[in-house]
Design a protein around this ligand. Structure first.
Ligand SMILES: C[S@@+](CC[C@H](N)C(=O)[O-])C[C@H]1O[C@@H](n2cnc3c(N)ncnc32)[C@H](O)[C@@H]1O
Length: 465
């Protein structure tokens, strides 16, 4: 360890900052957020700095630097952006026996500024010892993504009950166990979701009962997105990390499961021709039973759980059974595929509406309002439409949509093996046959599919070529 990490209380303490530009302004705002009493020395302050001075109520000194300024400061920051001036600041600080930080010049600094993840009372500081601020920022971003925004609130909540819990649960190990359960279960989830009233009520109940075991069971209905694991939401990733059991479908990309704890139980219930699948009633029963035995269950579904995903049915059962449940939305196949294929679904030149329909209903091919759908200024996205593509196209043409309306079939959308096959509405079934479409695929119908392939997938393709 080449630098010693410490957290300094700066509230009300005098700090000297030398610099007139935006780097000085950024430093001033940071110091201001820690409550420091800052004197800023700048003969010609930028507008940026003047605004920061006003916001932080810092003292602005427009004169030259004097030994007195250094003597009255506890810490010194230099942000002049000019090597000779920065060096002079460092030398004068050292002459006055003060610790100094010069922005972007670790060789002149006694201490460096870490990249910070700020969650109220929880602060994470990342340092590369000044070697690579960009790398520090990247590590910071990775940490940001796993720490929920309400973590500061959670820490304050725990602080509020700390003494009371200490007096109720005397034994250290039992108290640790109690807090572990609280901080990883529904009480913490309620605080993070902003429902402190409920969290307080449940915490008090849990303390009165001894331990909160019976209340920890719950189900998160989580959307895994259409394929690319990077399309998972932060909330979905957190639910996966916390889950004891993950009940997942065939459409969930295996890479998404990597976010789960190693010891989490994984239960595959997906639909596939060769795999055994659990009927919906048994899936429902499994979710209820697992939650009732105190486990956090993540019911992981491709795309969004509420878009052709039977999430609604599962939600109804869980609510009726009195199981605690949350829904974490996901990016649905239509928006994911459209983005990665470069189709702006409601491009104002071509479509004033977009509809998501299913090519299949419970009893075979969908019984849709074909007349309402046959609108040339509308984009139609057909889910589960591969086997019925010919029939869907026929019905639309019969209802008045042009046979040469452009279409695209997006197979394995957002995945590395995404394919986009283009043609005309009247060719839908032939295209699927000719290209041997076998993976999950969407049929996108409408003028917007004329757009050239763009977006993330096209960039990746170009990079690979
Ligand atoms: C049972 S639905 C589930 C939809 C999912 N809940 C959603 O929001 O995307 C399954 C259908 O979604 C479509 N689908 C799902 N993932 C896809 C992908 N990566 N590429 C293309 N279509 C996909 C296919 O039409 C597939 O038959």
């Amino acid at each position: 360890m080449r630098s010693f990490p410490l957290f300094l209380k700066l509230e009300g303490r005098p700090v000297l900052l030398v610099g007139a530009g935006s780097a000085a302004a950024a430093k001033l705002r940071l110091l201001g957020s820690a409550g420091a009493r800052v004197a800023v020395v700048a003969q010609s302050p930028s507008a940026d700095l003047l605004a920061a001075v006003a916001d932080t109520r810092a003292e602005l000194v427009r004169d030259a630097l004097t030994p007195q300024l250094f003597a009255s400061a506890e810490l010194v920051f230099g942000a002049t952006g000019n090597e000779a001036d920065d060096r002079a600041v460092a030398e004068q600080a050292h002459a006055a026996g003060k610790l100094v930080n010069i922005v972007d010049r670790p060789e002149l600094s006694d201490f460096t500024m870490p990249a910070i993840v700020d969650r109220g009372d929880i602060v994470v500081a990342v340092s590369t010892h000044g070697a690579s601020p960009v790398l520090a920022q990247r590590v910071r971003a990775a940490i940001e993504s796993v720490l929920p925004p309400g973590l500061g609130r959670l820490s304050q909540f725990a602080q509020r009950f700390r003494t009371a819990i200490q007096s109720r649960i005397g034994e250290n190990a039992a108290r640790r166990r109690f807090w572990n359960q609280v901080l990883s279960g529904p009480i913490a989830a309620a605080v993070l979701a902003g429902d402190e009233k409920r969290a307080t009520r449940d915490l008090i109940r849990a303390v009165n009962r001894g331990e909160p075991k019976a209340e920890t069971g719950r189900v998160s209905l989580v959307g895994a997105g259409p394929g690319d694991p990077e399309l998972l939401t932060l909330r979905a990733a957190r639910a996966l990390r916390e889950a004891d059991v993950i009940v997942y479908d065939k459409l969930v990309d295996p890479a998404v499961l990597e976010y789960a704890r190693r010891d989490a139980r994984r239960v595959f219930v997906g639909k596939s021709k060769s795999d055994h699948t659990l009927p919906q009633a048994e899936i429902n029963a499994l979710l209820v039973a697992e939650a009732r035995s105190g486990r956090h269950v993540v019911r992981l579904k491709g795309g969004d759980p509420f878009v052709f995903g039977r999430g609604g049915e599962e939600l109804d059962v869980l609510v009726a059974e009195g199981v605690r449940v949350e829904v974490v939305p996901g990016i649905t196949a239509a928006t994911g595929c459209a983005a990665y294929a470069g189709f702006p679904l409601t491009h104002r030149d071509h479509a004033s509406s977009v509809v998501f329909v299913s090519g299949q209903s419970k009893d075979g091919v969908s019984d849709l309002d074909w007349r309402a759908l046959a609108n040339p200024r509308q984009t139609i996205v057909v889910y589960m439409g591969v086997s019925a593509a010919g029939e869907v196209a026929g019905k639309l043409i019969e209802a008045g949509l042009g046979a040469s309306t452009p279409i695209a079939i997006v197979e394995n959308g957002t995945r590395w093996d995404q394919r986009v096959i283009k043609g005309e509405l009247q060719q839908a079934a032939d295209l699927i046959r000719q290209h041997g479409v076998a993976g999950p695929a969407l049929l996108v119908i409408g003028e917007v599919t004329r757009a050239a392939e763009a977006g993330v997938r096209a960039e990746l393709k170009a990079a690979a070529e």
